[in-house]
Design a protein around this ligand. Structure first.
Ligand SMILES: CC(C)(COP(=O)(O)OP(=O)(O)OC[C@H]1O[C@@H](n2cnc3c(N)ncnc32)[C@H](O)[C@@H]1OP(=O)(O)O)[C@@H](O)C(=O)NCCC(=O)NCCS
Length: 138
């Protein structure tokens, strides 16, 4: 049975990153990122963590959706959809009268359609350029 909770260990987070082929992080940095997330959601089957997602919010108008990951063997079973839905629900719960919050996601290549289903718009488009990012390293 799948269960969802707001806890996620550093070990499980790093295992998820590795399972989807993302850049490994040293434990201290992974821990810091998790501790400073505004919202974390994870999915477990028994004690095995099979998916996660998290949100950072500036307490104003920008929220960033990050680390949406589902173990390859558990993909296409609706887990990612539930994880992202919970993140959007978290952001919606922060809205006050007259507020608007923009949720930003940098989609991995080929996953854009997954996000479009929630209402995210693909960039670049008529009004917005491509999303951009860069890594800085010590
Ligand atoms: C992207 C990811 C989180 C999706 O998780 P998932 O659990 O497989 O997704 P779901 O099963 O909840 O799928 C939800 C819907 O999106 C669709 N979908 C899932 N992956 C898709 C893809 N790669 N392309 C297009 N549609 C996709 C499903 O068919 C489903 O459609 P439905 O609601 O009509 O049935 C997962 O593929 C993953 O972890 N990928 C590796 C890490 C990654 O790239 N994460 C995205 C970071 S930006």
């Amino acid at each position: 049975m799948l269960t969802y909770s707001n806890s996620l260990s550093v070990e499980d987070y790093c295992e998820l990153r590795s399972s989807v082929g993302w850049t490994p992080l040293i434990e201290a940095q992974a821990r810091s990122g998790l501790e400073h997330s505004d919202f974390v959601i994870s999915c477990r089957e028994g004690t095995h963590t099979v998916g996660c997602a998290r949100v950072f919010w500036d307490k104003g108008y920008i929220a960033y959706l990050a680390d949406v990951m589902v173990l390859p063997a558990y993909q296409r079973q609706g887990i990612g959809k539930r994880l992202v839905s919970e993140c959007i629900r978290y952001v919606d719960a922060q809205l006050k009268d007259g507020w608007k919050i923009k949720i930003v996601i940098v989609s991995t290549k080929g996953r854009e359609k997954f996000y479009e289903r929630f209402g995210f718009t693909i960039r670049p488009n008529d009004k917005e350029g491509a999303g951009m990012n860069m890594w800085r390293e010590a």
